[in-house]
Design a protein around this ligand. Sequence first.
Ligand SMILES: [Zn+2]
Length: 404
Amino acid sequence: MQTCDKLLLNATTIDHVGGVHEKQAIAIDGKVIAWCGSEEELPPEFRKIAQSVEDCQHKLITPALIDCHTHLVYAGNRADEFQKKLKGATYADIARKGGGILSTVQHTRSASEEQLLEQSLPRILALKREGVLTVEIKSGYGLDLENELKMLRVAKKLGKITGIDVITTFLGAHTLPPEFSGKSQAYVDYLCNEVLPQVVEEGLADCIDVFCESIGFSLAETEQLFLKAKGSGLAIKCHAEQLSNLGGSSLAANLGALSCDHLEHLDESGVTAMAKNNTVAVLLPGAYYFLCETRKPPINLLRDAGVGMAIATDCNPGSSPTTSLLLMMSMACHFFLLTVPEVLSAVTYQAARALGVSERKGKIAPGMEADLLRWAVQDPAELCYYFGYPIQHDTMLGGEWITV
Ligand SMILES: [Zn+2]
């Protein structure tokens, strides 16, 4: 027999492509959506059986936001480096003096699990305050067995503490650790033979990711890692075509990748491979902004080919020290000329696809998890129009309104 805990009436909602619908009803049963659609078509029994009925007064209800690409577990920060850059130091100067990603590796390695948790918690809580209830977190600042496992355990604990659904990604191939300097292939073998099996054994990762780049890992090394991870049941994601075009996105897409991320240098053949394999393009406008990039991802090619586009914070200390997905939504419109409906879909439905969870998250539909936001806005475009403004909203997590 159908039961219903909450019936929301008179809501404005968005669908999976960001289309707006007025006078909608949403029936919630336990942790999931039982029914949704036009109020006129609401089966009458829901009004009778609902434990509570709320008039949403035309307010906008969206699925909770999903941040599908972050590196938010790390220790220390790179504010000192930022100041050096402002004074004209180049990336190479900074790296020579022990800065750059390896300084974050050093801080992360020397932090205890508790310290790492304590430093990362404010970042995930900041996302939660904005309405982000699903977050992907990558490893990649440990770069050895002990510290990669530590990062992934911290990521999982953050989910437990905050109630946020955390999807974890093993990014051991983020950069070469100093002890493997000049021995890239040996490091990839170490990851495949020693680290990855343990990550899988302990159930610490849902996905694998590789930084496939001239300053990262080669196409052949990327393929070796992907094949090994795929054989262990992990889903594939790829940092591809950020600084040059190595063909990482074609490789990843042809192996069935969930997403390819960054993509500033993506070409037509990469777009075609992604379209053919339903791989999502994850765009990271925060890194584009912070690195003062001028080359944009090929939005028109992606759009014309029907490749789904997601947007994420890329929260990390080196190239995108932000915890605001709302700001990224504004930037995606401003820098990449995404439309408002595209952006609304990018942080809900497409982000869910990029994480392989679209069968339970990212849209308002029967059977979906009841993670919802009710926004104090007149027009959905306000979510993209404001920047640096914390837009007021109510948060529903697993069918319950919560205080964040
Ligand atoms: Zn990243």
